[in-house]
Design a protein around this ligand. Sequence first.
Ligand code: C2E
Ligand code: CA
Ligand code: CA
Length: 531
Amino acid sequence: MTDFHRSHPYRLVQLLLLTLLTMGGLSILWEFKLEAWSMHWLGLPYDGNFENGERWRFVVTSIGFSLLSLILPTVLLKRLVNNTRSSYRRMQREQSKTETLARYDSLSGLINRRVFMEMLRTGLKQAEPMVIMLIDLDRFKAINDKYGHCAGDSVLIEVASRLSKIAFEHSGIAARLGGDEFCLLLMDYREEAALRNIAESIIASLSRPVLETLEPSSLGATIGISRSWVDAVDASALLHYADTAMYRGKNSGRSTYYFHDIEYERQRRAQFDLDFALKQAIEREEIVPFFQPIVALPSQAVVGFEILARWVKPDGGTGMPSDFIPVLERLGLIPAMTRSLVRQACLATKEWDAHLHLSLNVSAAMITDELFPDRLLEQLRQEQFPFDRFEVEITEEALVGNLEAAQRNLSRLHAHGITVALDDFGIGYSGLYHLTRLSIDKIKIDRSFFEAGNVDHLPMVEAILGMARSLKMKVTAEGIEQVHLPHLPSWLASNGCHFAQGYLYGRPQTGFDTALNLQGQPRLKRVVAFE
Ligand code: C2E
Ligand code: CA
Ligand code: CA
């Protein structure tokens, strides 16, 4: 109880007593003395022959009325004052609650993001060394989903209490930045080794079982660390750097920590830029088909072309498949690229000799996708490109993952007259199993067998040709490059190799240049059977 509460009724009694005495005194004085005197003084007639009882009745009535006229307004006034006071007190309570809410996270009791940023900014302004350890819980979402939000809240409270303890031990401050993201702010210089120890102790502490109902080690933490004296003196930048370091940890298996690393960030940004540029390249059809001729042996007449992807960059440069195919694979954009290449290739070859074949490289993921055959058939139908002049090239690696699906898809294409070539033969698994089990029409002997005119591998080539003959398969020799072995094409032909491909017959070229070549060189126009 406050002083006001204690003194208030007390004062009221005092007031009533005072009124009682004043009114009593005044009315007695009036009735017994002053009335007669003032009437006399005013010269008015006055009959002072009253009974004493009547005089006292007047005194009592006067006192009574005065008291009544005082009590009622006082009681009403008191109520009004009380009401005003209590609403004022309520307002004060709300205000302090709002202030607390604005500074502290209501669930964990830790300081919130706003206050954390204020402290960080103030520290940096005063040029104090600051360290941010951004802590993101691992698998928290799974706990929330599996055990409900109540369990999730309890976990957050427990995490907050463990972090507070660690913060206290290292003279730092723990904050909750939102969701399952916490932060430890250290406001002094620490050696890298000391920071590593702290990060490890946080991970160890948060990996200990949290609630009895949860399975042990279901939680964990990934930490990103940034230091003002190494990384940045701007609060937002420092937090951002801790964030990117934390994401690096998330991407490399979690329950770990990373310091912000400018070189890593540079690479990541370059990768991000490349990803973005490639996504655009697909949309804008900057990835175009180049055509490399395939010739028949022994005539060496062009019978078709392999479609090879090239990225014609906006700056005029040309990207090679080794630069962008792995990226597109990671982005899941190979099907989009292939579709676009087929479209462009069919368009480009419309005016070419009607017997020329096209070969398309098909990636592992695509050849096992059960929608692939129908999509390709549908597209070729739309482009009005005959199935029997189309070939798909697959590698053995592509078959290893999901042989059954590949088998099904290849048979489906085969049934429509599309031929299948096994690419880069001789360097991969080269299992005879694949050759016999799958609908393969042709093998392409890898170019490494003919490198720099090396004759050491020719016995191997001879063996492969013999095997292909037994299996009744066609063979293409890849990478026929130079004239170091001038007799190579005729040697290949006499050993039963049907086709050859390589710089000797032409490098991959744009559709436009290929068309010019076809017009200008009558030799290239002569076409013999491809299959
Ligand atoms: P690949 O299918 O074995 O393609 C043959 C590669 O050998 C091509 O390289 C071609 O330019 C090169 N080449 C041809 N003749 C010679 C030669 O005489 N000497 C030498 N040193 N090289 C020769 P490229 O165009 O850089 O393609 C490399 C690989 O990228 C291809 O190997 C293929 O696996 C992949 N690739 C290319 N385009 C596509 C595509 O559209 N889709 C998919 N999935 N992969 C593609
Ligand atoms: Ca190929
Ligand atoms: Ca090849």
